[in-house]
Design a protein around this ligand. Structure first.
Ligand code: PNS
Length: 172
C-alpha cells in the first residue's frame, strides 16, 4: 500500500488545500494530512487543535484520508507513518523555489521519500491561507475560499480574533 503525506500549516485549510487532498486521495491508497504544530515560516493564527478540527470537518467522507499533527521534521513523521510520498500543491512560480528547496532537503534527509507536486487548478491559483486571513480580518466574504463545512465557524473565529487585534491596537 502506498501511503502519502500531505503536509502544511493549514492555518486555516482553504479550498485549494482541499482540492489537492481530494486529488491525492484518488492517486494513493492512503493519504495522511500532516499539520505542522509550529510551522517554520510564521506563527499560526489558529491552534493546532482548531486547525485539525477544521480539516477533519472539511474532509468528512474521504475514507482513505486521515489527519494528524506533527512537530519536528516532516521526514521523521513520514517514516513513522510508513509514508513513501510527500504531496505538495504548486500554485505559481513563486511557490516553486521554496518547495524545490524543501523537496531537496527532505530527499537528503530521507532518500527513500519522493516529493510529488500537484499543480493547483486555475480557480485556486490565487488562494492561500494568508489571503483568506486578510479577507476575513476586514470582514470580507469567505464563500468559495474555505470549505463550506467550516465557513461559519472560521468566520466567527476570524471576527473574534480581528476584534481582539483591533482592541489591542486601540489600547496602544
Ligand atoms: O503550509 P506550508 O507553510 O507550506 O507548510 C510548510 C511545512 C509545514 C510543510 C514545512 O515547513 C515543514 O515540513 N516543516 C516541518 C520541518 C521540516 O521538516 N522542514 C524541512 C527540513 S528543513
Amino acid at each position: 500500500m502506498t501511503i502519502a503525506v500531505c503536509p502544511g500549516s493549514f492555518d486555516p485549510v482553504t479550498m485549494g488545500h482541499k482540492d489537492i487532498i481530494v486529488r491525492a486521495a484518488r492517486m494513493y491508497e492512503r493519504v495522511i494530512v500532516a499539520v505542522a504544530e509550529s510551522p517554520s515560516r510564521k506563527a499560526p493564527l489558529f491552534s493546532l487543535e482548531k486547525r485539525l478540527k477544521f480539516l477533519n470537518s472539511s474532509l468528512l467522507g474521504l475514507d482513505n484520508v486521515g489527519v494528524a499533527g506533527f512537530d519536528g521534521l516532516l521526514v521523521e513523521f513520514a517514516k513513522a507513518k510508513k509514508a513513501s510520498v510527500i504531496i505538495k500543491g504548486l500554485r505559481a512560480m513563486t511557490d516553486f523555489e521554496y518547495e524545490f528547496q524543501m523537496a531537496q532537503i527532505n530527499h537528503k534527509l530521507y532518500p527513500e521519500i519522493e516529493t510529488v507536486f500537484l499543480v493547483a487548478r486555475p480557480r485556486y491559483s490565487f488562494l492561500s491561507s494568508s489571503t483568506v486571513k486578510e479577507v476575513a480580518v476586514y470582514g470580507g466574504c469567505l464563500d468559495d475560499l474555505v470549505p463550506e463545512e467550516i465557513l461559519i465557524k472560521a468566520s466567527i473565529l476570524f471576527l473574534a480574533s480581528s476584534f481582539s487585534l483591533r482592541s489591542a491596537q486601540r489600547r496602544q
